[in-house]
Design a protein around this ligand. Sequence first.
Ligand SMILES: CC(=O)SCCNC(=O)CCNC(=O)[C@H](O)C(C)(C)COP(=O)(O)OP(=O)(O)OC[C@H]1O[C@@H](n2cnc3c(N)ncnc32)[C@H](O)[C@@H]1OP(=O)(O)O
Ligand SMILES: CCCC(=O)O
Length: 445
Amino acid sequence: MDVYAEYEKKRCTAQAAVQLVKDGDWVDYSQCTSYPTALDKALAERRDDLHDIKVRNAITCHPVAVLEKDPENKTFTYNLLHCSAQDRTYIDAGRAYHEPMLFRQCGSYYTRGYAPVQVAMITVAPMDRQGNFSFGLTNCCQPELLSVAEHIILEVNPAMPVVYGLEEDHIHISEVDCIVESREPLNTSPSRAPGDLDRQIAAQIFPYLHDGMTLQLGIGGMPNALGELIAASDLKDLGMHTELMSDGYLALYKAGKITNRKKKLLRGKGIFSICLGSTELYQFLDHSQEVLSAPMRYVNSVETIRQLDDFISINGCIAVDLYGQVSSESAGTRQISGTGGQLDFVTGAYAAPHGKAFLALPSSRVDKKGVRHSNILPLFTQGDIITTPRTQAPYIVTEYGVACLPGRTTWQRAEALIAIAHPDFREDLIQAAEKQHIWRRSNKR
Ligand SMILES: CC(=O)SCCNC(=O)CCNC(=O)[C@H](O)C(C)(C)COP(=O)(O)OP(=O)(O)OC[C@H]1O[C@@H](n2cnc3c(N)ncnc32)[C@H](O)[C@@H]1OP(=O)(O)O
Ligand SMILES: CCCC(=O)O
């Protein structure tokens, strides 16, 4: 096959490519940095001649053309596997919907037929001489999505780095319907910079870290603060096995902290599944032999993580109740993010020899009226979604300390969690624990 002739045959404008979309279709934008910006704009222009188009995506970094062009959602329904700050604005306005998932299972929703896809539109790197397009920054569920899509449109962008993968890391031109060339800017990080509170929380986790461990850092300000702390520390020979590759890891690579030399699995290689950060991070990954991508079903699999000795997982959460139930994705019924890989990594870290998972949160928050609320609650009553059940609750961290929950009774949990609650709320929490019959007379006050 002459791959260049094939390329010319399939190359077209975004407007021509989106003619593949038909009434009633599910259109999948994949996730995060593979967002097809030019195709999204072209699809939006078809608002008046299409009907009932369901678009699926995750972690949107800028306004979505199909929603901006269709303010009454007459044609397009937007569905999200994981939510960013941008996505929250749409969900809050009743203009988008969450699709709950576990990241390690997300690809199987496609292959088992639960998540239909008529048209997949993804951004990839330019074609190589063999006719392959690298998935670049988003490996994620790309293999499964592309295996079931009835039509595949590639948005080829020279800004997308070529990222080598463990196994599936590209698509061949023979499998593609249309190719659209684009120079749209890639999505860059919407992640929050760390503040003082994040640094205080990160400092509580720091004593648990040691040379040679393999690290998974989640999304949010606190994991970024921890990255800063480690970069400035004496720790050495760390490994990277993470769902999300972020600028926190770039800082660790630049500081020489990550060598992957001590990893028990894939020694010498850092592994990720999706990447979101700065342009500098994307350039760092281009043709890297040290950092490889892999599908989410591999990276987040408990079977994989348990082979990593000394595995430490650190993620953020929103609220915890005195039973040890953790909500990391909603505030009441307000969808904030998603389960993402949290439960995968909590489960995997526990299975790994010497593994530990930390879920971190500020002990309280002050609302817009200046009123302080505890993030450690007697019990959840407002419809909050439980991301990590109490049976899997790991180490919970606030700026006041660390509560280790596995193997602890209800009264021990209540005591450990109240000890790391904001001091203004501890007495109320003790009274609530007494009423809930999870406070023992000999508990400390
Ligand atoms: C990389 C991997 O491998 S990822 C695997 C792990 N995945 C996960 O852990 C997923 C779940 N966790 C998360 O998504 C994040 O860690 C979070 C949301 C818990 C924290 O992330 P941060 O960026 O630090 O959150 P931040 O403090 O900026 O708050 C995010 C939003 O939640 C709201 N929020 C946070 N806490 C509360 C609360 N207690 N009550 C009400 N709202 C709250 C904030 O107001 C903000 O909303 P807005 O931007 O619309 O105003
Ligand atoms: C991009 C991070 C997704 C997750 O929280 O798992």
